[in-house]
Ligand binder design. Structure first.
Ligand SMILES: [Zn+2]
Length: 83
């Protein structure tokens, strides 16, 4: 259960230029769309984690690719372990 509406995802996707905000690679959102040739599926990243009180407001969301999303969370884990 993500709590994200498809419309909100699409809004963030369009706002961020259909590209990963971190590495800039081109992404697609809808599976099966003509645009997804050679592109990775976009992921909606929560800038502030939901468990830290982040919301599903578009201001708290940004478009990333999967590799960025994964490395991000790995870094977060490292940070947390340090503290
Ligand atoms: Zn990326």
């Amino acid at each position: 259960m993500s709590g994200q509406s498809q419309a909100r995802k699409k809004f963030v996707f369009e706002r961020d230029g259909k590209k990963c905000k971190r590495c800039g690679c081109a992404l697609y959102l809808e599976k099966g769309s003509k645009e997804n040739n050679g592109k990775m599926k976009g992921h909606i990243h929560h800038i502030k984690h939901r468990k830290d009180g982040g919301t599903n407001d578009p201001d708290n969301l940004m478009l990333t690719c999967w590799p960025c999303e994964k490395s991000w969370h790995r870094n977060d884990e490292k940070e947390r372990r340090k503290k």
